[in-house]
Design a protein. Structure first.
Length: 320
């Protein structure tokens, strides 16, 4: 009797149709696994809100690979996964264009005051339209914090709209044409600031009250990176003081977030961590995640992993 195909489980909402092509004839898939299926699982596809900590890994003793839909691994215990020979696959690039589009769309929404203007028309206050100042993107300065795939796409879009682009990245140095030596330099010269950094101890509350006090009056702040990059209390205070002209958030801490007064401000736009999940990006992301799982299970090197040392400890199955 042939051995059953390896079992892969979904952690969070994973549409079976999006992984069916990569798994066909190679893996079985359980979208809503029970404890018995977790015990059997050799692979997993994890959404952004799934926690892969030591306790979870103890419940999945046969696990050989976790594919994270996206690149953020702050909810994954990389040290324990590496020590147990478990590859943590990521999917860089799959949603990069979609996130960049979302960030620029948020900026445009806030600069053009679509929220306030919609409310004027909706409430029959046409005569009050002169009370809303509509800004311009062309000729303004876009400050991109984090110049990886998403940040570079955001810069390209900004330039296409006639914006000057500044960039700061604490890890990967941006091109000289855009480079700011410090975050302070970028913040103090940008009309729109968009954040595309991972969350680390050094980037927690990167935009705090002290940093926000340096912004140009009326600057727009957009965060499609990680929720804790911004101190929401400080951002709310800056909005009330007129230091910020608008805030766009696609990410929060925790997710889903507790209500914050910032959310009620008319110059705030909110989306539920969805900018990287457009129709095209979603299909590409889940295909990449499923392909990474299959690669590891079949002995091939996956395209992208967050823990490149995972192979140094052989996965043996059972408790490790």
């Amino acid at each position: 009797m042939p051995e059953p195909l390896p079992l892969v489980v979904g952690l969070g909402v994973v549409d079976p149709e999006l992984v069916a092509g990569a798994f066909a004839g190679r893996c079985r898939f359980a979208a809503d696994p029970d404890e018995a299926e977790l015990l059997e699982a050799q692979g997993a596809i994890a959404r952004a809100d799934a926690t892969i900590d030591r306790a979870f890994l103890d419940r999945t003793p046969r696990l050989r690979v976790v594919a994270r839909t996206g690149v953020g691994v702050d909810r994954v215990d990389l040290d324990t996964a590496t020590a147990r020979g478990i590859a943590v696959v990521v999917t860089p690039g799959s949603g990069a264009v979609a996130v960049a589009e979302g960030a620029i769309a948020m900026a445009m929404h806030l600069v053009k005051r679509f929220g306030r203007l919609t409310e004027l028309v909706r409430s029959g206050r046409w005569a009050d339209r002169g009370s809303v100042t509509v800004g311009d993107l062309a000729g303004s300065t876009l400050g991109v914090v984090g110049f990886g795939r998403i940040g570079r796409h955001a810069a390209t879009l900004g330039e296409a709209l006639g914006m000057k682009v500044l960039a700061y990245d604490p890890v990967a140095e941006p091109p000289a044409a855009h480079r700011c030596a410090t975050l302070t330099e970028l913040v103090s010269h940008s009309d729109v600031i968009t954040l595309h950094l991972p969350l680390t101890p050094d980037t927690h509350h990167l935009l705090d009250a002290e940093m926000l006090a340096l912004t140009k009056p009326g600057a727009i702040l957009v965060n499609c990176g990680r929720g804790s990059l911004i101190d929401n209390d400080a951002a709310y205070g800056a909005l009330l003081a007129g230091r910020l002209g608008g805030v766009g958030l696609d990410v929060f801490d925790p997710e889903p977030p507790q209500h914050h007064p910032l959310f009620d401000h008319p110059d705030v736009v909110l989306t539920p961590h969805l900018m990287g999940l457009s129709t095209q990006a979603t299909a590409a992301t889940f295909t990449a995640a499923a392909t990474g799982v299959v690669d590891v299970l079949e002995g091939r090197e996956p395209a992208a992993v967050a823990n490149p040392d995972w192979r140094h400890v052989p996965a043996t199955g059972g408790t490790r």
